[in-house]
Design a binder for this molecule. Structure first.
Ligand code: SF4
Ligand code: SF4
Length: 176
């Protein structure tokens, strides 16, 4: 059965739309007035101005490798991050730590560790899965280059970007 929708009866002012147009203009002019007095900041002059200080704690920028307070890379080359990375952006070549070495019980270290930033989707899965707190998505977002190879971050570049993070590192824990 057809249902008849009743239409509201518009006033004359509503029919000519003019009051609504003027109300909208009033808001726009208010913004313009505040902007002219410097109270509303509309345009950011990037790169002179940056948004860095406003980035939230949980912001996910470029993935990086970190060292501990002794300058040692935390990565044990377990390759979990390489396995989990959805776009296959990570490539690791494990190296072996000799048994007689002070850190021989760790067994492996990353001889090569590359992240292709043209593939990375900043998902954070590598950070989530890492058992050694060795890879972190930090706040770097301005990644540029004039060639594709410049966006292939190798181990040295990743460690330089990552810096030092202190705290529990399982591989150096004698009880593990
Ligand atoms: S953030 Fe995601 S896409 Fe980027 S390297 Fe880590 S797992 Fe791969
Ligand atoms: S960064 Fe973490 S998950 Fe990736 S290989 Fe190193 S220890 Fe394993």
């Amino acid at each position: 059965m057809a249902y008849k929708v009743s239409r509201p009866n518009l006033t004359f002012a509503e029919k000519i739309y003019l009051p609504s147009v003027l109300a909208g203009l009033r808001i726009t002019l208010g913004h313009l007035w505040r902007m002219l007095r410097g109270k509303t900041h509309v345009v950011m002059q990037y790169p002179e101005e940056k948004w860095d200080s406003h980035l939230p704690e949980y912001y996910r920028g470029a993935p990086t490798l970190v060292r501990d307070e002794h300058g040692r890379t935390r990565c044990v080359s377990c390759q979990l991050c390489e396995f989990i990375c959805p776009p296959r952006a990570i490539r690791i070549k494990p190296g072996e730590i000799p048994a007689g070495d002070k850190f021989g019980k760790v067994e492996k270290y990353p001889a090569e560790f590359d992240i292709d930033m043209l593939r990375c989707i900043y998902c954070g899965l590598c950070q989530e899965v890492c058992p050694e707190q060795a890879i972190f998505l930090q706040k770097q977002y301005a990644l540029t280059g004039t060639a594709r190879t410049q966006l292939m971050h190798n181990k040295e570049k990743l460690l330089e970007m990552g810096g030092i993070k202190t705290g529990l590192v399982n591989k150096w824990n004698e009880k593990k």
